[in-house]
Design a protein around this ligand. Structure first.
Ligand code: C2O
Ligand code: CU
Length: 508
C-alpha cells in the first residue's frame, strides 16, 4: 500500500536528517554530541584557476506543449523547448557564459544552484538583479571553480513548477573516479495542468494528524485550500500570494513519466556513473536501482567517502552521484519514488539483452538499505574550527495553515538576516518543529554538515542543501568567503519558500 504524501515525505526526510529511516516515521534516539574538531583554514573544495576558456550556451525560456507520456500534453515552460532543459557542461576553471532570452509572458531569472557564483550572477530577482522582462536578453557569466553536479533553474515566482530547470555539470580537471559511462537523471514532480493546480490535502501537518485521528483528512484539505485563498495580497517574486503545494500528477525523469522511461544503455562490466538531481518543487524522492547496489560518491557535487546503499533519498535541490556496476544483465528499472505512490523510472538496458519486458517495479523502496546523512563523510576533510558566531533557527509552520512557513516564527522578508564579516565562520543549528520536511539551501556558499541531532561529525561533508525531517536537527557551518549583499537561505520546497520560509545571509 502506498504511503500518504506526508508520511512518505516525513520518512524520506527522516533518513536524510540523520534518524533511522523507518517508514513509520520513528526516529532513533541519538546521544548528545561532542565538541567541534581542530582549527584550520576553511576553503572551497577546489579553487580552479581561470583557464581563460569561455563556454557559451544560449537558453531560451518559453512556453511549450510537452508530452511526458501521460496521455496528453502539458502547457509547460521550458528552456530550449525541452524538459529537462539542456545539460550545460563546463570544465573547472573555465568561464560559463549563458545568454538567456525570455520568451515567457512574465519576467524570469536563472539561479545556478550550488555554484558559488559572484553575487550579481546569482539570479534572484530584486535581490541580485532585476528580473529579465519578457522579450529581453540577459547574460550570465562566471568562472566555474568547484567541480561537481549542479543544476540551474528559474528563481521567479512559481515558474520552477512549470519545468524551467536543467543540469549543470562542472567537470574536474582531474577526475578521481573511474567509470565507463555516465547518465544524468533529473527528477521532477509534474503537474499535468500547471495553470489549475489543486491543493494537496497532505500539505499541512494538521491534515495528516487529523487523518490519523479518525479519517478527517478532508478537513485538512479544506483548510489548506482556504489558506491558499486567504494568502497574502501583494504578489512579489518571493513573498505574497502564498499557495498550498499542489497535488502532483506524476513523477518524471528527464521529462518522461514511467510510461515512456528514458533508456540507459550499458554493457556488462561497465561502471556506470549516475548523476541524480532532485529538481522537484515539493517532493523528496527515494531512488533505487533494481538488481544493483549504488555506491554513492558525491553529495551535492562534492566528493564523499564512497558508501554503498540500496536506496538513496534526495530532498528538493539535492544531488547525489552514484556508481553502479553493471554485472547482472537484463532490463532493470531505476525507480524514483515519491509520496502518494508517485513513481518514475529509467531503464538500465544491457546491450544484447533480448526482449522488452523490464524487471518488476516494487510499490515502495526498500527502506532498510537507505542511505542516511550519518553515512556522509567528506573524501578530503576540510578543517573545522570553532565558529565566530552561532545561531539557532527553528523551522515551523503548516499546523493550522499550509501557507504559513516560518524561520524563528517569522516569514520572509520579516525574518532576521544573518550578518557576517568576510572570513567568519558561522554555525547554524537548524531544527524542524513542523510535520513537513525542509531542504534548506544557501546561495553562494557551501554548508559544512558539522552536526546531526547535536552530535558533531568527524569528517563533515560539504553540501549546499540539507534536508531536515520532522523534529530533525542539523548543524551546518558556513564560511563567509563570497561577499554579497543578500544571499538567500531558504527552504527548497517552492511553496514553503514563497510562503515565507527564507532569510538572508548579509555581509556587513
Ligand atoms: Cu535552487 Cu534559491 O534555489
Ligand atoms: Cu519547507
Amino acid at each position: 500500500m502506498a504511503l500518504s504524501r506526508r508520511a512518505f515525505a516525513a520518512a524520506a526526510a527522516a533518513s536524510l536528517g540523520g534518524g533511522l529511516l523507518a517508514v513509520s516515521g520513528l526516529r532513533r534516539l541519538l546521544a548528545p554530541g561532542a565538541a567541534a574538531g581542530p582549527i584550520g583554514t576553511p576553503g572551497p573544495p577546489s579553487a580552479g584557476d581561470p583557464t581563460g576558456t569561455v563556454r557559451e550556451y544560449a537558453l531560451r525560456a518559453a512556453p511549450i506543449e510537452w508530452d511526458a507520456g501521460l496521455g496528453g500534453t502539458t502547457r509547460a515552460w521550458a528552456y530550449n523547448g525541452r524538459i529537462a532543459g539542456p545539460e550545460l557542461r563546463v570544465r573547472e576553471g573555465e568561464t560559463l557564459r549563458v545568454v538567456l532570452t525570455n520568451g515567457l509572458p512574465e519576467p524570469t531569472t536563472i539561479h545556478w544552484h550550488g555554484v558559488p557564483v559572484p553575487f550579481g550572477m546569482d539570479g534572484v530577482p530584486d535581490l541580485t538583479q532585476p528580473a529579465v522582462p519578457p522579450g529581453a536578453t540577459y547574460v550570465y557569466e562566471f568562472t566555474a571553480r568547484a567541480p561537481g553536479t549542479y543544476w540551474y533553474h528559474t528563481h521567479f515566482g512559481y515558474q520552477l513548477d512549470r519545468g524551467l530547470y536543467g543540469a549543470l555539470i562542472v567537470e574536474p580537471r582531474q577526475e578521481h573516479l573511474a567509470y565507463d559511462r555516465e547518465f544524468t537523471l533529473v527528477i521532477d514532480d509534474w503537474l499535468a495542468d500547471p495553470e489549475h493546480p489543486s491543493p494537496d490535502p497532505d500539505a499541512t501537518g494538521m491534515a495528516g494528524m487529523m487523518g490519523g485521528m479518525g479519517g478527517m483528512s478532508g478537513m485538512g484539505g479544506m483548510m489548506g485550500g482556504m489558506g491558499g485563498m486567504m494568502g497574502g495580497s501583494k504578489g512579489s517574486h518571493l513573498t505574497g500570494a502564498p499557495r498550498v503545494q499542489p497535488r502532483y500528477d506524476a513523477l518524471i525523469i528527464n521529462g518522461a513519466s514511467s510510461r515512456t522511461p528514458p533508456e540507459l544503455s550499458v554493457r556488462r562490466g561497465d561502471r556506470v556513473r549516475l548523476r541524480l538531481v532532485n529538481a522537484a518543487s515539493a517532493q523528496p524522492v527515494a531512488v533505487q536501482a533494481m538488481g544493483h547496489d549504488m555506491q554513492v560518491t558525491h553529495a551535492d557535487g562534492q566528493p564523499i567517502r564512497p558508501v554503498t546503499a540500496g536506496v538513496v533519498v534526495l530532498g528538493m535541490g539535492e544531488r547525489l552521484d552514484v556508481l553502479v556496476e553493471a554485472r547482472t544483465p537484463g532490463i532493470w528499472p531505476i525507480v524514483a519514488f515519491a509520496a502518494g505512490g508517485l513513481r518514475a523510472t529509467a531503464l538500465l538496458r544491457y546491450e544484447g539483452v533480448r526482449g522488452t519486458t523490464p524487471e518488476p517495479i516494487p510499490d515502495q523502496p526498500d527502506a532498510r538499505s537507505a542511505l542516511s546523512y550519518e553515512a556522509l563523510e567528506a573524501l578530503e576533510p576540510l578543517p573545522v574550527r570553532d565558529p565566530d558566531q552561532q545561531h539557532a533557527i527553528e523551522l515551523s509552520g503548516g499546523m493550522m495553515d499550509a501557507t504559513q512557513w516560518t524561520m524563528n516564527g517569522r516569514r520572509y522578508p520579516d525574518t532576521t538576516p544573518i550578518t557576517v564579516h568576510p572570513g567568519e565562520r558561522v554555525r547554524l543549528r537548524l531544527s524542524n518543529m513542523s510535520m513537513m520536511p525542509h531542504p534548506m539551501h544557501l546561495h553562494g556558499h557551501f554548508l559544512q554538515l558539522v552536526g546531526l541531532e547535536d552530535r558533531m561529525r568527524p569528517r563533515p561533508a560539504l553540501k549546499d542543501t540539507v534536508t531536515l525531517g520532522h523534529m530533525g536537527a542539523v548543524t551546518v557551518d558556513v564560511v563567509a568567503d563570497n561577499p554579497g549583499a543578500h544571499w538567500l537561505f531558504h527552504c527548497h520546497n517552492l511553496y514553503h519558500m514563497m510562503a515565507g520560509m527564507a532569510t538572508e545571509l548579509r555581509y556587513a
